[in-house]
Design a protein around this ligand. Structure first.
Ligand code: PMP
Length: 442
């Protein structure tokens, strides 16, 4: 028991917050106490326009009645069911509904509770698949610089963000990384997909040859790298990765934790780019961010490779206490209903051109060195203050929050990804607010 006698609801010291400058935050906390559709309510009673769909997850907007009601009903009917050797109907119904919107051929779903767990599940499936096929020499995993694949050990090993890796020792061995696809100068201020850089995919051929193709299990990339500042793949790049993987019998994994469920204007980035990977990793928008849940889609080829032993034997030794949790499944089903009824999985394609226009109009603001966009994602890269990287973007975040706008910053980049329900008037409001912030001495 804690020896602190006087802890009160206002005592913020016990919660060691994730990815937060704790000491600074606790001097001047920012709290949300309510939310509805496009807006949060702060602890001091202000409205904040959500420019980031929470953390790229609240795709249908906040506190949507259908989802709230489904959770309430499910909690009163079947709260929990063991996930191993037992089931409940909604987990199966959800898997069928998910497969219906997934690219053709990705016909099976494993459940997790987060993006990080989905990533590690996908990497384990890939390694185990090759063993199941008698190819145990395929043990290497290839990620990409500036890739973010969550915080578990598999994810930080294939991920390419130095600060996520450097405190934790050796990580997974047998991992290599592709170069990232960001070409400042050549592709700056591109609207949509950049023209230059497809040849960066040829680096995969080089890495594969270096290690010997028969040792490589899988390549994992985010189709659009989100957390490291919205890096959009050059035209033809993902197609090339697919061709090289197919040629060498390597599995291609798309981490669609951000791009999944409509962010680009198609259910998945795989459909948007017309490139089908062997595995798709998802979470976030699956339940509209409301309940922790992830889903990993795998091809029949992968699934069937495990279905060969005696019938009473467990085929894949992996899973979580909460895999396919009933309340999470109910939330996800209601989320998919909401997406369908409101056409949200394709809405970014309709509103995208307006979004692009308003976003790129910020080009004349001081300190702006690049602007990037795709679907309902946008990024504004700022010139760092000398010797103080990340400070200017963080200042912009604080100013925007005080002005009633939620943006996200990563390094010197402002990232935007509003709920897919955003109206043209709300897009105008978002960029008016952001322009005012950028015009200040930040
Ligand atoms: N992969 C990608 C591409 C992500 O953007 C994220 C989260 N931002 C994750 C994995 C990890 O998801 P989670 O935080 O739910 O573990």
């Amino acid at each position: 028991m804690s020896n602190r006698q006087n802890s009160t609801p206002n005592d913020l010291s016990a919660f060691w917050m994730p990815f937060t400058a704790n000491r600074q935050f606790k001097k001047e906390p920012r709290m949300f106490v309510g939310a509805k559709d496009m807006r949060y309510t702060t602890h001091d009673g202000r409205q904040v326009l959500d420019g980031t769909a929470g953390l790229w997850c609240v795709n249908a907007g906040h506190c949507r009645p259908k989802i709230t009601e489904a959770i309430r009903e499910q909690a009163g009917e079947l709260d929990y069911a063991p996930a191993f050797q037992l089931g409940h109907p909604k987990a199966f119904e959800l898997a069928n509904r998910l497969v219906d919107i997934a690219p053709d051929g990705l016909d099976h779903v494993l459940y997790t509770n987060s993006g990080s767990e989905s990533v590690d599940t996908a990497l384990k499936v890939a390694l185990a698949y090759h063993r199941a096929k008698g190819n145990g020499s395929r043990f290497r995993l290839i990620g990409r610089e500036r890739g973010y694949h969550g915080v578990n050990f598999g994810g930080i090993s294939v991920g390419g963000i130095v600060s996520n890796r450097k405190m934790f020792g050796t990580l997974l061995t047998g991992v290599d990384h592709l170069p990232h696809t960001h070409l400042p100068g050549e592709n700056s201020f591109t609207r949509g997909i950049p023209d230059k850089g497809a040849n960066l995919a040829d680096e995969l051929e080089r890495i594969v040859t270096l290690h010997d193709p028969s040792t490589i299990a899988a390549v994992i990339v985010e189709p659009v790298a989100g957390s490291t500042g919205v890096l959009i793949p050059p035209k033809g790049y993902l197609q090339k990765l697919r061709e090289i993987c197919t040629k060498h019998g390597i599995l291609l994994i798309f981490d669609e934790v951000i791009t999944g469920y409509g962010r680009l204007g198609a259910p998945f980035a795989a459909q948007y780019f017309d490139v089908t990977p062997d595995i798709i990793v998802t979470a976030k928008g699956l339940t509209n961010g409301v309940i922790p849940m992830g889903a990993v889609f795998v091809s029949s080829e992968i699934h069937d490779a495990f279905m060969t032993g005696p019938e009473h034997m467990i085929e894949f030794f992996h899973g979580y206490t909460y895999s396919g949790n009933p309340i999470a499944s109910a939330a996800a089903l209601a989320t998919l209903d909401t997406y369908k009824e409101e056409g949200l999985l394709t809405r970014a394609a309709e509103i995208g051109p307006y979004w692009e226009e308003q976003l790129h109009a910020l080009r004349d603001c001081p300190h702006v060195v690049d602007i990037r966009n795709l679907g309902l994602i946008g990024a504004i890269e700022l010139k760092p203050i000398d010797g103080e990287p990340t400070k200017r973007a963080f200042n912009a975040f604080l100013e925007a929050y005080n002005d009633g706008l939620l943006i996200r910053t990563t390094g010197d980049i402002i990232a935007l990804s509003p709920p897919l329900i955003i109206s043209k008037a709300e897009i105008d409001e978002l960029f008016d607010k952001l322009r005012k912030v950028l015009m200040r001495n930040i």
